[in-house]
Design a protein around this ligand. Sequence first.
Ligand SMILES: C[S@@+](CC[C@H](N)C(=O)[O-])C[C@H]1O[C@@H](n2cnc3c(N)ncnc32)[C@H](O)[C@@H]1O
Length: 276
Amino acid sequence: MIKNYILEDHDFNRLRDIVYKEAGIKLSDVKKILMQSRLMKRLRELRLDSFAEYYDYLIENYNEEKINFINLITTNKTDFFRENDHFEFMKNVVLPEYQRRGMKEIRIWSAGCSTGEEPYTIAMVTSEFFGTNKSPEILILSTDIDTQVLQKAKNGVYPEDHLATVDPKYLKKYFATEKNEDDEVYYRVCDSLKESVYFRRLNLLQDEYPMQKKFDIIFCRNVIIYFDRDTQRKLFAKFYDYLKDDGYLLIGHSENITSITEQFVLAGRTIYRKVV
Ligand SMILES: C[S@@+](CC[C@H](N)C(=O)[O-])C[C@H]1O[C@@H](n2cnc3c(N)ncnc32)[C@H](O)[C@@H]1O
């Protein structure tokens, strides 16, 4: 028999405190039903009888279970060429500028990359612009807190309906098609595109990041929307330090930076440039 679990306010409150502490994600009261439905399967897997029991399990097995817990709570919605004017800006403004400067290496960070559509879009745009020659060298560091989405991103295999926003010309050039046992079509990102993209787990909340070198562009789109202002302020300060002088920071179209920091100046729609 399938059990239906009810998430009581008390358990919701202590679980959301952990989400906030671990990932910076602020869950409002209306997210209770969402948390309930996302954790239900995990309770069944663990054969637990209530969310109170799940809380105890999480505390007792904190280091392993917090990974599963956070994986279930994050919202991972993404798309190829999402908020496409950012990629048009790259093509028309940023990459021509880098070409004029004769840059040998371009370092880009997709922070909160989810299942990989964003970094692979960046890889397609840069590859189209510079061609397949190895200069400049393109490095796209792609990070997320969620280990499950990172695994999907590394695999780089997407069902057909995920490719609706990709130009057929790019589909042909950068993906191979394959079918599963049920005859469903999947698209696999080609190796030449994968070569420039590196996936790593990174919690944007952590005090120190392991990267040694600065970036030319940071994409952090549709991530800070889940954070409170204090967390956003700290994150923008870190992005400032991790950007080269004149580097670009791109955030999601529904996100805002201007009321939080004055260290960046507007250069396009939700595109900012580091002020030095
Ligand atoms: C809605 S997706 C956005 C994906 C992509 N940037 C886009 O705009 O299409 C947000 C991603 O941020 C990640 N995320 C949330 N909190 C995070 C944190 N503290 N550290 C790193 N990544 C985080 C989530 O796991 C999720 O994959």
